[in-house]
Design a binder for this molecule. Structure first.
Ligand code: ADP
Ligand code: MG
Length: 293
């Protein structure tokens, strides 16, 4: 039979804005010593805006935005939505791509107005021998050093531009990290984004350990590796790309503002997407388990 205290804990959780999959979930928090946090949409708002367009020699900003915007309009990624919105705001109606493919953790690829277009990490363009000229490399590095996300745009065999988008850190994230530390947990930032951007965000919210440039399919391996080092891992995430890692973690926490896949894979859901509630959840389960003992 389920101890009454666990059910009381579950009810108290609901009041705090925590949905608990089952009373037994509270047990898994007992030994947790590490909390792995996804960056985009978890520590940050996940709502980006297009800030800058850097062009290679001879390129036209409206043309870059038309082709990149058209392709990104077909993607649900926060970076894609920022680019599509920014492009539509500047050039008006965007063409419909003749072909589109999402390349998880790297970018998008497709055909727009007869051009084979790529938007994403420079590594994606490099696979097609589209290398950034030196001035665009510099613009990319500067944007990343400032904690912004920069993606490359290329078509028909040439890199054409760098687009800079920025996401804002949730105002509650730094306080949440402080509370998690006070509970004795070591925070780790895990992201597919670039190392420099990740370090800048981590520094701002007080996270010392950063694992960056991780492909979506590899996030689960990071959790497994930490576990194999003897750590007991809580993972907080919001994206489809976090689902496997959330399921693998000793305790999976989903942002209620995130995707259904993340919520389904998790033990707990933080209804309002406020990271401070992750600390509340751990505090609550420790208190509940103490009551049972
Ligand atoms: P995170 O782990 O931070 O949620 P993702 O794994 O979704 O990030 O993406 C990793 C990186 O791949 C992004 O920072 C970006 O450089 C690139 N990328 C992914 N999808 C897109 C897209 N639709 N358009 C442009 N770049 C993208
Ligand atoms: Mg995410």
């Amino acid at each position: 039979a389920t101890p009454t205290a666990l059910l009381v804990g579950t009810g108290r959780g609901a009041q705090l804005g925590i949905l608990i999959k089952g009373p037994e979930v509270l047990e898994s928090t007992r030994a947790v010593d590490t909390v792995v946090l996804d960056k985009t949409g978890t520590v940050t708002e996940g709502r980006m805006t297009l800030l800058d367009v850097h062009l290679a020699d001879g390129e036209d900003a409206d043309e870059v935005l038309r082709l990149a915007g058209a392709l990104e309009h077909a993607s649900e990624h926060p970076i894609a939505q920022a680019i599509a919105r920014g492009a539509a705001g500047r050039v008006g109606e965007l063409p419909v791509p003749e072909d589109f493919a999402n390349i998880e953790g790297l970018g998008v690829q497709g055909v727009v107005d007869g051009h084979a277009v790529l938007v994403g990490r420079p590594a994606l363009l490099a696979e097609w021998s589209q290398h950034l000229p030196a001035d665009l490399e510099r613009a990319l590095a500067e944007a990343q050093a400032a904690g912004r996300t920069a993606v490359a745009v290329g078509w028909d065999g040439r890199a054409r531009a760098v687009l800079v988008v920025a996401d804002v850190i949730k105002p509650t994230s730094a306080e949440a990290i402080r509370q998690l530390r006070a509970l004795g947990l070591t925070p780790v930032l895990l992201t597919g984004d670039n190392e420099t951007v990740a370090r800048s965000v981590a520094a701002e919210v007080g996270i010392g350990e950063v694992i960056a440039e991780v492909l979506p399919a590899d996030k689960v391996d990071v959790v497994k590796r930490l576990q194999s080092e003897g750590r007991s891992v809580a993972m907080v995430g919001d994206g489809v790309n976090d689902a496997a890692a959330l399921a693998q973690a000793d305790l999976g926490l989903a942002m209620g503002t995130g995707t259904d896949a993340a919520i389904e894979a998790s033990d707990l859901t933080l209804v309002r997407g406020d990271l401070r509630v992750a600390a509340d959840a751990i505090r609550l389960s420790r208190r509940t388990l103490r009551t049972i003992k």
